[in-house]
Ligand binder design. Structure first.
Ligand code: NAD
Length: 364
C-alpha cells in the first residue's frame, strides 16, 4: 500500500474497518464494510495464510469495494463488505474458530452479512450460523440457495449472449467457438450450458481428469495451459485465475469477446483500454459473475429463498451487461470503466435520495 490505511479508506470511501481476535479459538479476522447505502454489506469470508498483515488489510479493502459495485450493478439492495481470516484453510480450521467468527459478525449488528469465499466452505458457514444469523449461502436443507456455482455459470452465459448480440447482432451462441480457462465448479457448469446451446468448446485446466471428462461428455477440444490465449475462438472465458488479462496475454487473444467468471481479470485498470484497442469486447467480471451473489442474496428475502426469483434475477445479467456495453459505446470508455461509473452513480443516487428524505423529515 503506497499511502496510509486511513488515506486509502478516505480515497475509496470505506465506512468501517474492524479487527477481531479470539485467543481461545485462534481467530484473527478483519472485516471491511465499504458502503451500506443500498443495504447491508454482503461479502464472503476469505481464509488465507497472509504473510503480512498489510496484505490482508489491502485485500479486504479492495474486495469489499468490489462487492459494493457488484451488488449495485446486479440491482441488489445490498452494500459491499468482506471478511478475511488470517490462517491456513488446510490446517487451521476448527468449529470453534467459525463460532468465534459468528460472534465477531454479531458485533456489527447486521451491517455485515458473511458468506462463503476462497478458503471457506458451506460446512464452515453452517458452523458460523450456530452463533450468528448474519450468514448467507447456507445449504438448501437449511433454507439456503445451495451451491452458487451453476448460478454464476448461468450469469456468464447471459453475459456472453448480451455481448454476442452487441458484436454479431444475435444472442445465439450456437456454432460459436468458446475457449474456457479452468473447468472447475463454474467453468464446467458453463461448458455444459454452452454445449447445450450448440457451442464448440476448447478447454484447459491443470486437472487432467476434468479435461478428459469434458472431452468425453461435451466433445470439448483440450488445449495446453499457455495455448488457451491464442486458440482461435470467438469468445474467451477466463474461469480460473485473476490478472490473466495483461500485457503478455492480450496481444495473443483471437476472441472478439472476453466473458468469464474469474474475479479481477484485468491485471491493471489500463488493460481495459488495451482490450478496446484490440477490438475485443470485455464483459466486466463483476457484472457477468454476479449470479452466485444474486442467488445468495435471494436467501435474504423476507419470504426466504425462492429459486424462481433467483433465476429471474440471474437471467437479467443479460440486461446489465447490455446496458454497460451501451454506456461504454456512448461515453467512449472501456466497459470496465463504464461499469465502475454506473455502479458509483447508482450508489451516489441512492445516497442523495436518502439525504433528501432525511432533510425532509428534519424540516417537518
Ligand atoms: P474452482 O476452484 O472450482 O475452479 C477453478 C478451476 O481452475 C479448477 O478446475 C482448477 O484446476 C483450474 N485451474 C487452476 N489453475 C489453472 C490454470 N493455471 N490454468 C487453467 N486452469 C486452472 O473455482 P470456481 O468456483 O469454479 O471459480 C472459478 C473462478 O470464478 C474463480 O476465480 C472464482 O473466484 C470466480 N468466481 C466464482 C464464483 C462461484 O460461484 N463459484 C462466483 C464468482 C466468481
Amino acid at each position: 500500500m503506497d499511502s496510509s490505511i486511513l488515506d486509502y479508506v478516505a480515497q475509496h470511501g470505506h465506512e468501517q474497518l474492524c479487527f477481531f481476535s479470539d485467543p481461545s479459538s485462534g481467530l484473527r479476522a478483519i472485516v471491511a464494510i465499504h458502503d451500506t447505502t443500498l443495504g447491508p454489506a454482503l461479502g464472503g469470508a476469505r481464509m488465507y495464510p497472509y504473510e503480512k498483515e498489510e496484505d490482508a488489510i489491502l485485500d479486504v479493502l479492495r474486495l469489499s469495494e468490489g462487492m459494493s459495485y457488484k451488488a449495485a450493478m446486479a440491482g441488489l439492495p445490498l452494500g459491499g463488505g468482506k471478511c478475511v481470516i488470517v490462517g491456513n484453510p488446510r490446517t487451521d480450521k476448527t468449529p470453534a474458530l467459525f463460532h468465534a467468527l459468528g460472534h465477531a459478525v454479531n458485533k456489527l449488528t447486521g451491517r455485515y452479512i458473511t458468506a462463503e469465499d476462497v478458503g471457506t466452505t458451506v460446512e464452515d458457514l453452517v458452523e458460523v450460523s450456530r452463533t450468528s444469523d448474519f450468514v448467507a449461502g447456507l445449504p438448501a436443507e437449511m433454507g439456503g440457495g445451495g451451491d452458487p456455482s451453476p448460478w454464476t455459470a448461468l450469469g456468464v452465459v447471459r453475459g456472453m449472449e448480451a455481448c454476442s448480440e452487441a458484436v454479431w447482432g444475435s444472442a445465439d451462441l450456437s456454432g460459436k467457438r468458446v475457449a474456457i480457462q479452468g473447468i472447475g465448479k463454474v467453468g464446467y457448469a458453463l461448458a455444459e450450458m454452452l454445449h447445450e446451446r450448440g457451442a464448440t468448446l476448447y478447454v484447459t485446466d491443470v486437472s487432467q481428469r476434468r479435461l478428459e471428462q469434458a472431452a468425453r461428455d461435451l466433445g470439448a477440444f483440450i488445449v495446453g495451459l499457455d495455448e488457451i490465449y491464442s486458440t482461435p475462438c470467438d469468445i474467451f472465458a477466463p474461469c480460473a485465475l485473476g490478472a490473466i488479462l495483461n500485457d503478455v496475454t492480450i496481444p495473443q487473444l483471437t476472441a472478439a469477446i472476453v466473458a468469464g467468471s474469474a474475479n479481477n481479470q484485468l491485471e491493471e485498470p489500463r488493460h481495459g483500454a488495451m482490450l478496446v484497442e484490440r477490438g475485443i469486447l470485455y464483459a466486466p467480471d463483476y457484472v457477468v459473475n454476479a449470479g452466485g451473489l444474486i442467488n445468495v442474496a435471494t436467501e435474504l428475502e423476507p419470504a426466504g429463498y425462492d429459486e424462481r426469483l433467483a433465476r429471474e434475477r440471474v437471467l437479467a445479467i443479460y440486461d446489465n451487461v447490455a446496458s454497460v456495453v451501451r454506456q461504454a459505446r456512448a461515453s467512449g470508455l472501456p466497459t470496465s470503466e463504464a461499469a465502475d461509473f454506473v455502479a458509483r452513480q447508482r450508489i451516489t443516487a441512492a445516497r442523495m435520495s436518502r439525504r433528501q428524505a432525511m432533510t425532509a423529515i428534519e424540516m417537518r
